[in-house]
Design a protein around this ligand. Structure first.
Ligand code: FAD
Length: 382
């Protein structure tokens, strides 16, 4: 059942969500489940097209929306490599990351939102809109909404249109997907610290779902100094560990990752931002998918309560609930300064740096050894 009593007008929605990705689809599902008439727009022609992310999930992300295990692959450990090629292994008991078949997850999320009752409009680009008489009018799309949720990513058009806060600091990520390589130990996310190749972030090799992903991201330097990822040099750098040169390339992608923390303001009357559009990305790890799930769902629920039950203003509510990233933003600034490789080689394996790395990857979950082969074992057949 839908709450709008003006359902005679097909173009009128309670909620229009711009962006059919992690944040937008989960928000749409939450709102549609609660009875709102919801539409989700995306400029892409279909769900799962032109994926821009590596798609690594932390364990908690799955708890947010119960992603089918067939679309993921558990990775229990992190192998962290210094510029001099030495490495250390990090684990936490019972913890794991998940590599994902990201296009398949997008299609699954789209089905979930659609099953909940949301209308999915692909090939529909949001350009501009105005608020009049408590309705948001989306020009060019001939749509009208009682509420608009901008889940349209790092360079949000919704934020621009309504004069909301916009991301200004970015990492630039670049990744290639290769056919699955047997040279990559599947029990680890392989992470490469290197101030000359990946200043301000890392390079990575991920044993993905039926393929191998390799990429790197860089931050801008101090005083706005521009940096660009150099994927070919990274591939040469890791050649002694993984023979990816010989593997067939399946796909390439790149994109900006907001790393400056929450944007301000997050909302105006009847319009709210979530996901990357709101700056909901950990400035330190650059992970945004779990936050997109967690706060996308909260935003969808808060908008439903506001429209149906006279609940609190969703913008004010989310401004209190969205995380602030205080310490992580400071650590991001320090890492963006790109400490030189000689210093990294000398310090990375000292106990304090090991403890810091353990905290960054596993937070307070303790450290330990992990015998991992059982993690990806199939459950017994009944
Ligand atoms: C190279 C790279 C690797 C990454 N790896 C990871 C990782 O491993 N783990 C992790 O947690 N995070 C990772 N991130 C970050 C993560 O991808 C984002 O935080 C996450 O995708 C945010 O989801 P979202 O739904 O907010 O926005 P997005 O996934 O960016 O989706 C925005 C959607 O809005 C649509 N859109 C945009 N403008 C319009 C418009 N005008 N009209 C209609 N539709 C529009 C787009 O087509 C898109 O579908 C990575 C990012 C990059 C760039």
């Amino acid at each position: 059942m839908r709450c709008s009593n003006d359902n005679r007008d097909d173009r009128l929605y309670d909620l229009v969500v711009v962006g059919a990705s992690f944040a937008g689809l989960i928000a749409a599902r939450a709102a549609a489940h609660r009875g709102l008439k919801v539409a989700v727009l995306d400029a892409k022609t279909e769900p799962g097209a032109r994926v821009r992310t590596t798609g690594i999930l932390v364990k908690e992300a799955v708890a947010e929306c119960d992603i089918p295990s067939t679309l993921t692959r558990k990775i229990p450990g992190v192998r962290l490599y210094a510029p001099n090629h030495q490495s250390m292994d990090l684990f936490a008991p019972g913890y794991y990351f998940l590599a994902t078949d990201t296009p398949a997850i997008m299609r699954w999320l789209a089905r979930e939102a659609s099953r909940a009752g949301a209308d999915l409009l692909f090939g529909a680009r949001f350009d501009t809109a105005t608020l009049a008489d408590d309705f948001v009018h989306l020009h060019g799309l001939d749509l009208k909404a009682r509420y608009l949720l901008g889940a349209d990513g790092a360079k949000s058009r919704v934020a621009k249109t309504f004069g909301l806060g916009r991301n200004t600091e970015f990492l630039i990520g670049m990744e290639t997907e290769f056919e699955e390589s047997p040279t990559v130990d599947p029990d680890f996310l392989h992470c490469f610290v290197d101030a000359s190749l990946a200043p301000g972030y890392l390079g990575w090799v991920v044993p993905g779902v039926g393929l191998t992903q390799a990429g790197l991201a860089v931050s801008d330097g101090p005083f706005g100094m521009k940096r660009k990822p150099d994927f070919d040099s990274f591939l040469k750098r890791i050649d002694s560990h993984f023979a990816l040169w010989n593997c067939e390339v399946k796909a390439k992608r790149s994109g900006p990752i907001p790393c400056g923390g929450l944007v301000h303001p997050l909302s105006t009357r009847r319009v709210l931002l979530t996901g990357d559009a709101a700056g909901l990305v950990s400035p330190l790890t650059a992970g945004g998918i779990r936050l997109a799930f967690q706060y996308g769902r909260r935003a969808g629920a808060a908008i439903s309560e506001y429209l149906q039950d006279g609940g609190a203003d969703p913008g004010a509510l989310m401004a209190r609930e969205y995380p602030g990233f205080g310490l992580k933003s400071w650590m991001r600034r320090a890492w963006s300064a790109a400490p030189p490789n000689a210093l990294l080689n000398a310090t990375l394996f000292t106990p304090p740096m090991r403890a810091l790395a353990q905290w960054i990857y596993f937070q307070k979950r303790g450290s330990g050894e992990c015998s991992t082969r059982a993690l990806n074992a199939r459950p017994a057949q009944r």
